[in-house]
Design a protein around this ligand. Structure first.
Ligand code: SF4
Length: 485
């Protein structure tokens, strides 16, 4: 198609989508159709021949995302610029994309590119939370310079056709370089959408207004429970500031969510009806992400990890909340099936992580590296240099051998998808074989700590033992039965 014709079609499709989304009586039926099509494609047609239960899990998560988007519009919590930003990226760059960059990548590299990057532009933070995975504090000066961050964001579009970026930290709103902050960089890359994990304490009215104007950022604000639990981990008065941030975001029309660290002490609380009602109904969070505490970072301890029994209980409760309550609330580990297992190491459809020093790690929770993006750029390489390094290749090989795209009746248990947390033996073997180095001092200490390793192995084995029967009965068993017939 001639580029001018394509551009006109894209513009008119975006204008149409803008009208549909702005109008309740058009949007509701349009989203119903989208939901039905999602079911047909994923569950009924199931062209990739994944186990049916995996496809159902994916459908429910996407259905809930559609519900969350609709709820944001119904409650009049989406500003016109956010609506335009969402449509420009979703319609212009995803639905109507001709996938030129993805095809070019596949032709050169032989596999599909990652979908996104996680980037922590700064280690600095205004809080000092217990057990912070990044060991951040106000004293940390490590950061990525503007030109490096700008180049990474440009390259991921050009090399992979990737228009989604996750920003973490440290506190992303404390990042500044060349007089620019994170909102400025989002404004420059206004063809990408940014999910930003933040402690929320710096989202005053002015900041919320700036986010509404750029229209391509959604903050996920960290909570540990209610005021008592959040302040205990994050500091006195933090929860009150978070509630103010929620209010500022609501009144400016910026869709937001919550990010929850589940520990042995709060696992039941953060999945309780009271908690869900407070954050999703009263505070109008549209989505939530659950991160089970991973013993890395400041004062890491195995004692805060959810127990294997809690993890199994969480899986069952989360299935109920996702299927029956229509909540967009994925668990980074227990929802592994939705992503076809571990997504680290730049797997097709997955991601890798670039920290404040430029180190390229498979995942924020597998903090080891062999390549650094600043060094790569000095030597005239690019993001693909990191993506194709032997360390990431070994991680991807493990993913393939364990579960990713295996025949439907052989897919490994994706309730325990994590190379780092659930399969520490394999994680360690890959580190040893590829000479990967720790991303920070805590990761180095953990690597040398025999009790840490033993504890992780014991926990991983026990979670596997408890969840294998579920995986076998509900996910793989029906597929074996189908093959037998
Ligand atoms: S290493 Fe673990 S936490 Fe990271 S993407 Fe894989 S499963 Fe998720």
């Amino acid at each position: 198609m001639h580029p001018k014709v394509k551009s006109m079609l894209t513009m008119s499709s975006m204008a149409l989508a803008n009208t549909v989304f702005a109008n309740d009586s058009l949007r509701r039926p349009a989203l119903k159709i989208a939901e039905k099509n999602t079911y047909n494609i994923l569950v009924k047609k199931n062209r990739s021949q994944r186990p049916r239960k995996i496809q159902e899990d994916k459908y429910y998560v996407l259905r809930n995302l559609i519900c969350a988007i609709n709820k944001g519009f119904e409650n009049k919590r989406v500003s016109p610029s956010v609506r335009r930003g969402l449509i420009k990226i979703l319609v212009g760059n995803v639905l109507l994309s001709d996938n030129t960059q993805k095809r070019a990548f596949k032709e050169t590299c032989g596999f599909n590119p990652p979908t996104f990057l996680l980037i922590s532009p700064t280690k600095r933070c205004n809080l000092r939370c217990l057990g912070c995975y990044a060991s951040s504090s106000s004293a940390n000066a490590e950061k990525l310079d503007y030109d490096i961050l700008d180049r990474i964001l440009t390259e991921k579009k050009e090399l992979w056709g990737s228009y989604f970026t996750v920003i973490s930290g440290g506190e992303p709103l404390m990042w500044k370089s060349d007089g620019k902050d994170i909102i400025d960089i989002a404004a420059k890359h206004n063809d990408q959408f940014f999910l930003m994990y933040t402690n929320g304490t710096l989202i005053d009215e002015k900041m919320a207004q700036r986010m509404a104007e750029v229209g391509n950022i959604t903050p996920a604000i960290s909570v540990e429970g209610f005021e008592k639990e959040t302040d205990k981990r994050r500091g006195k008065g933090v929860h009150k500031k978070i509630l103010k941030a929620f209010g500022n975001l609501r009144s400016c029309g910026v869709p937001f969510g919550i990010s929850i660290t589940a520990t042995r002490n709060n696992a039941e609380l953060v999945l309780s009806d009271e908690f869900i009602d407070f954050y999703f109904e009263k505070q109008e969070a549209l989505y939530g992400w659950i991160f089970q505490y991973m013993p890395i970072g400041r004062s890491y301890t195995l004692d805060l990890m959810v127990t294997p029994q809690q993890r199994k209980w969480m899986f069952e409760k989360e299935q109920h909340l996702i299927r029956d309550k229509s909540l967009f609330l994925p668990d980074f580990w227990n929802s592994g099936a939705v992503a076809n297992g571990c997504i680290s190491g730049g797997r097709p459809g997955g991601y890798f992580y670039i920290d404040w020093n430029g180190n390229c790690l498979p995942c924020a929770f597998y903090p080891y590296y062999t390549h650094n993006i600043k060094e790569i750029y000095k030597e005239k390489g690019n993001l693909n240099t990191a993506l194709l390094c032997p360390f990431f290749q070994a991680v991807r090989k493990w993913q393939h051998d364990y579960s990713y795209m295996k025949p439907a009746c052989e897919v490994g248990n994706q309730i325990v998808p994590c190379i780092s947390k659930d399969h520490p033996r394999e994680a360690r073997e890959i580190i040893d074989a590829t000479g990967a180095r720790p991303g920070d001092q805590e990761a180095e200490v953990a690597l040398k700590d025999p009790d840490y390793y033993k504890g992780l192995v014991a926990c991983g084995d026990e979670v596997g033992r408890l969840t294998n029967p579920i995986w076998d009965k509900e996910y793989i068993g029906p597929e074996r039965e189908r093959v037998r017939k």
